[in-house]
Design a binder for this molecule. Structure first.
Ligand code: MG
Length: 259
């Protein structure tokens, strides 16, 4: 009986300290959250892009041969492919391209499932990392999130360059509808001693609406703390398996043109 009691107390202590830990991390993260100005809502027009002749297909509806697991790049990306699309597998984490890229034009389509639940950052959260500079969420994230009818800090809403640039408009479509990102990415360059030579720049269209207009990045995007650069060369492109409990989102028709 005594042993069981000790075990219960021990478990509660571990749970309590984990919760405390999470609270203090969340407090740190809140220091870089901004809530105004809220981007205006713009209803997108009809918009669809098929790949031009010189594009490389990163996903053509058949398989994930161009992708590997971010935290184990020798392993194939085991997200679920079916019906010409693929769906995030949160258990295996982020995936990234086998190939590395520098400057490019990229087209990607995603769909938040119509049965999506959750709120704030915990509703259809994923992300397109324009350059993956390391494991986990290292790199430069263009946020993917359901903000059709869902508020969060505006520098972390869909279309933000996470915690750096608020989108110029909220062009989100309803859950259940396919949405597009079209991106022009100019990679940063570095001096031989590792210091920044020229910063990264990005232009983004969301469902055909300009939402980031040649913004100059302050460094890699970070959940906690201020952004900074670390030297890198050509990088894979990464998709995020966010650790929230909401229903996983899907992707299709991803292609890239190197510049
Ligand atoms: Mg994200």
């Amino acid at each position: 009986m005594k042993q069981i009691l000790v075990l219960i107390i021990l478990c509660n202590t571990i749970l309590f300290s984990n919760a405390q830990n999470w609270d203090s991390l969340a407090k740190e993260a809140a220091k870089t959250e901004i809530y105004e100005p809220v981007p205006k809502i713009v209803t997108p027009g009809a918009f669809n892009i098929t790949a031009p002749s010189d594009a490389i297909y990163l996903f053509n509806g058949k398989n994930l041969d161009e992708w590997v697991l971010t935290n184990n790049p020798s392993q194939k990306a085991t997200w679920l492919v079916s019906n010409g699309m693929f769906t995030v597998n949160k258990k295996v984490g982020n995936i990234q391209t086998k190939r590395a890229f520098t400057n490019y034009q990229l087209h990607l389509e995603y769909m938040i499932p119509s049965n999506i639940t959750g709120e704030g950052q915990l509703r259809g959260n994923s992300g397109l990392f324009l350059a993956s500079t390391g494991g986990g969420d290292e790199g430069y994230e263009l946020q993917i999130l359901d903000n059709y009818n869902n508020k969060t800090y505006v520098n972390g809403q869909c279309g933000s360059i996470y915690k750096q640039f608020i989108p110029l408009a909220n062009a989100c479509k309803k859950p259940g509808e396919w949405q597009t990102y079209d991106v022009a990415w100019v990679a940063p360059t570095f001096n031989t001693n590792g210091t920044l030579k020229t910063p990264a720049k990005v232009t983004v269209y969301h469902n055909g609406v300009l939402i980031q207009n040649n913004v100059v990045l302050l460094g890699e995007t970070r959940w906690i703390g201020t952004p900074y650069y670390k030297a890198h060369g050509a990088c894979p492109i990464k998709l995020q398996a966010h650790g929230d409990n909401s229903e996983p989102i899907s992707f299709k028709n991803i292609w890239i043109r190197e510049l």
